[in-house]
Design a protein around this ligand. Structure first.
Ligand code: FDA
Length: 541
């Protein structure tokens, strides 16, 4: 006699029907995971809004919506067996519970800007926990704080603050599509960091789910964990749902400027001089140099340009007087400057049209390319001959869409002790340099030549940058620095190779915290912090 399914099986059977209609074949852990999750989500309408399995008509669009490096969007890129887009905290806990129970790796995705694609690619069977529905932002201007959920992009955060006041802001990154979740987890710097430090320096509380499904705030997670999640890198200590941030004052009018100098206009000499000056300027001034290849005035020829772009928390006259006094070589004139509100300056630095701030809410306002990034910290000025060599590398064929982004350090960054947070690159740095080489998705088959250009550039820079360790910024993740063993235990010594580059001596404390909160290493990726060897060797999950 035919048996009717139990009531509790119904949601799962609906998933089964959807999968069989779409021709999906699944192995055991996958079925078990889905079964587990569908039982916990309990109703069909929730399941259809939260679980996207391969062959679901929306699977690809949900997957691709937050891929910001098309190097990892090819047919050969390993795909998640399912993408879970929780609507509420209980869905996050259920996803955690079921992926743990059935041995599937979990990749947490907020904005999807991980430059090595770690939030949406894994070599082992995995699911993505995509926080795209966790985007609420609550701004409290009276107390100068805000709560921001991890899936919100920086543009949404800046927009929400500016909707209430033009004299408060938040010191985070310049690209408006970057997600709060990953960005805050690795530090996060932007145009206000010389005045106020990193995004992570301005986080005062957080809401996190640990590996046991407990919902913790600053008090209940304890100061060690709260320290670790503010810069120790994502996907390591738990799932951060939301952050409480301290807003910072900005004047109603700020001034931005851009001065371009190419090789024929003494770019090399001016950049050389900049290194001695920029980190000592008042902390109200942010200054960034971008090195790129551009067309020369001679038809058909190329040259290299240094773009000096900056922001002063003050008016244009103050800026011109300051630069003429301290850095006259730049030749800053009034026509290079623009007074505007801080929120307009976000558009300016984000490469967005200044017409409407609404564009900050658009995750797809900028084209997505394939890219490889590497980073360095510089403590001694690079000699002119060294800069000449750097510039000449940008004339190479592979550098058509390459950029070296070089923000001056100093100011508040000099005042914060190295061990205050996991991000250790503080006093003594003149600047950070991020080298990004880009190409189109159509050129992915030739990605090797671009990646090897970035490795040659990195190798060329060796004599001029920090040493022992050669420091790097975890938010510009670089798997060339070393990776964890994917399916086996990773020793402290092995992980130290890249761990000390990102975190210097803070790496030791990060390992201790990890060992305490996630000894079985459930939250992991190629560069997550490994726990110390647990009583029984950590294998698989
Ligand atoms: P994504 O969602 O890919 O997450 C990054 C990492 O954090 C992954 O390992 C992920 O699993 C983990 N993670 C994400 N959400 C989590 C959560 N809620 N809980 C726990 N772990 C979580 N940096 C900077 O300092 N200043 C800048 O101006 C810029 N600009 C910039 C522009 C562009 C175009 C790119 C590609 C990158 C930057 N960055 C940057 C670097 C950026 O800060 C870095 O890539 C962040 O990790 C991106 O965070 P997302 O949430 O977008 O990425």
């Amino acid at each position: 006699m035919m048996k009717f399914p139990q009531f509790s099986m119904l949601p799962f059977l609906m998933v089964v029907v959807i999968l069989s209609l779409s021709g999906t074949t699944l192995s055991h852990p996958h079925w078990d995971f889905l079964h587990c999750l569908s039982l916990r989500l309990a109703n069909y309408s929730t399941i259809s809004k939260v679980i996207y399995v391969q062959n679901n008509p929306s699977y690809s669009s949900v997957l691709n919506a937050s891929i910001h490096n098309t190097r990892f969007s090819t047919p050969a890129t390993p795909k998640p067996f399912a993408i879970i887009t929780p609507l509420k905290t209980s869905h996050v806990r259920s996803t955690l519970y079921c992926s743990k129970k059935h041995g599937l790796q979990l990749r947490i995705r907020s904005g999807g800007h991980d430059v090595e694609g770690l939030s949406y690619v894994s070599e082992v069977p995995f699911v993505i926990l995509d926080l795209l529905n966790f985007r609420a932002i609550k701004v409290d201007t009276k107390n100068e704080v805000a709560w921001v959920q991890s899936g919100a992009i920086l543009g949404e955060l800046y927009y929400a603050i500016a909707a209430k006041t033009n004299t408060l802001a938040f010191p985070a990154g310049m690209c408006h599509t970057v997600g709060a979740g990953g960005h805050f987890s690795g530090g996060g710097y932007g145009t206000l960091f010389r005045k106020y430090g990193l995004a992570a320096d301005n986080i005062i509380d957080a809401r996190m789910i640990d590996v046991n499904g407990r919902i913790l705030d600053r008090k209940s997670m304890g100061e060690d964990v709260f320290w670790a999640i503010r810069g120790g890198g994502g996907n390591t200590f738990g799932i951060v749902l939301a952050w409480k941030i301290k807003l910072v004052p900005v004047p109603a009018v700020v001034t931005v400027f851009t001065v371009n100098k190419n090789l024929e206009q003494n770019a090399t000499k001016i950049f050389h001089r900049w290194q001695y000056i920029a980190h000592k300027l008042p902390d109200d001034l942010f200054m960034n140099v971008w090195i790129t290849k551009v067309n020369s005035t001679q038809v058909g020829m190329k040259t290299v340009q240094a773009t000096f772009r900056g922001l002063l928390l003050g008016g244009v006259n103050e800026l011109i007087t300051l630069i003429q006094d301290k850095f006259p070589e730049l030749g800053l004139a009034e026509e290079n400057c623009n007074e505007m509100s801080w929120i307009e300056s976000v558009l300016y630095f984000g490469g967005l049209p200044l017409q409407s701030v609404d564009i900050l809410l658009d995750k797809n306002a900028l084209p997505t390319l394939s890219l490889k990034a590497k980073s360095d910290y510089v403590k001694e000025p690079i000699p002119e001959s060294g800069i000449e060599g750097l510039m000449s590398m940008f004339l190479e064929e592979e550098a058509d869409n390459a950029v070296a982004m070089i923000p001056a350090f100093g100011g508040k960054m000099d005042e914060i002790p190295e061990n205050e947070l996991p991000y250790p690159h503080r006093a003594g740095n003149l600047f950070e340099a991020t080298y990004i080489v880009q190409w189109t998705k159509e050129e992915n088959a030739e990605s090797g030549k671009y990646i090897s250009w970035s490795r040659r550039l990195y190798s060329y820079m060796t004599p001029y940058v920090s040493k022992s360790p050669r420091e790097a910024y975890v938010n510009y993740r670089d798997l060339d620095l070393g990776i964890n063993n994917i399916n086996d235990y990773t020793s402290y010594e092995q992980a130290s190779i890249w761990g000390f580059k990102y975190f210097k001596n803070n790496f030791k404390r990060l390992v201790q915290v990890k060992t305490k909160v996630d000894p079985m290493n459930f939250f992991r990726n190629e560069q997550s912090i490994p726990p110390l060897l647990s009583p029984w060797k950590n294998k698989g999950n």
